[in-house]
Design a binder for this molecule. Structure first.
Ligand code: PGA
Length: 253
């Protein structure tokens, strides 16, 4: 049985100074959660603060994006070797806000996945449908995103990737997490896609309006290996509670 994986992306929130305060508040409580894996993805500017605070813990840190090239004339971008040098072990790609704000498509996301793997870090690929509706409608889009970003990888390589199912309609202020049956069905679809390609250990997280109340029920669903938390985690005390949530995995496969 895989260990639960629970993490947060702060998106474009928290200055380096605020990040240091967040870590000072959260680290003592996160350090004792030894039955699960945890990670924090701050903005690029706060990654050194993450390294300073987390290097002596088992909590991993990483980044929310990366350029596919290792170096070169790409003003404002950040490369995989730069992130690896800062001790990042997990790098997010394909988030719907990057697809929306920067028009990122699956081919670019696939190139980013390759860059992350070249530098021995873990890609965290976000997939999810844009509009609320039955999974029958969402399925083809999710499969297309998986194929576009991960289609070139074999089973063992896929095992080294984390997938986050993030229905776009369930993300952000004013939204609510997807219903449990929808999450379970989507995770089943993603897991079948991965298994067909020989993956046996890829962890599949749920993200989208995760909070203290829904974290336990979602994390206990069959096929859900953990949680990816956005705005709720900006309060360190709330992230500590979500990270430490009781997970009833009795009915897990
Ligand atoms: P949210 O963000 O928790 O603020 O909805 C989730 C995400 O985008 O991963």
């Amino acid at each position: 049985m895989t260990r639960p994986l629970i993490g947060t992306s702060w998106k474009m929130n928290l200055t380096p100074t605020e990040a240091a305060a967040w870590f000072a508040a959260a680290c003592p409580d996160l350090a004792v959660l030894t039955d699960r894996d945890l990670f924090v993805l701050p903005p690029f500017t706060a990654i050194p603060a993450a390294r300073a605070a987390l290097a002596s813990t088992d909590v991993a840190w990483g980044a929310q994006d990366v350029h596919p090239d290792d170096r070169g004339a790409h003003t404002g971008d950040v490369s995989a070797p730069m992130l690896a040098d800062l001790g990042c072990s997990i790098v997010e790609v394909g988030h719907s806000e990057r697809r929306r704000d920067h028009r990122e498509g699956d081919r670019l996301v696939a190139a980013k996945v390759a860059a992350i793997r070249r530098w021995s870090m873990t890609p965290l690929l976000c997939v999810g449908e844009r509009t609320r509706g039955p999974l029958a409608d969402a399925g083809p889009r999710i499969s297309r995103q998986l194929l576009g970003a991960l289609g070139g990888l074999d089973g063992p390589a896929l095992d080294g990737v984390v997938v986050a199912y993030e229905p776009v309609w369930a993300i952000g202020v004013g939204a609510q997490a997807a219903p449990l049956d929808h999450i379970a069905a989507a995770h089943g679809l993603i897991r079948r896609w991965l298994r067909r390609r020989g993956a046996t250990a890829t962890r599949v997280l749920y993200g989208g309006s995760v909070d203290v109340d829904n974290a336990g029920p979602i994390a206990g669903l069959p096929g859900v290996d953990g949680l990816f938390v956005g705005r709720a985690a900006l309060d360190p005390a709330v992230f500590v509670r979500i990270a430490g949530v009781t997970i009833d995995r009795e009915d897990r496969p």
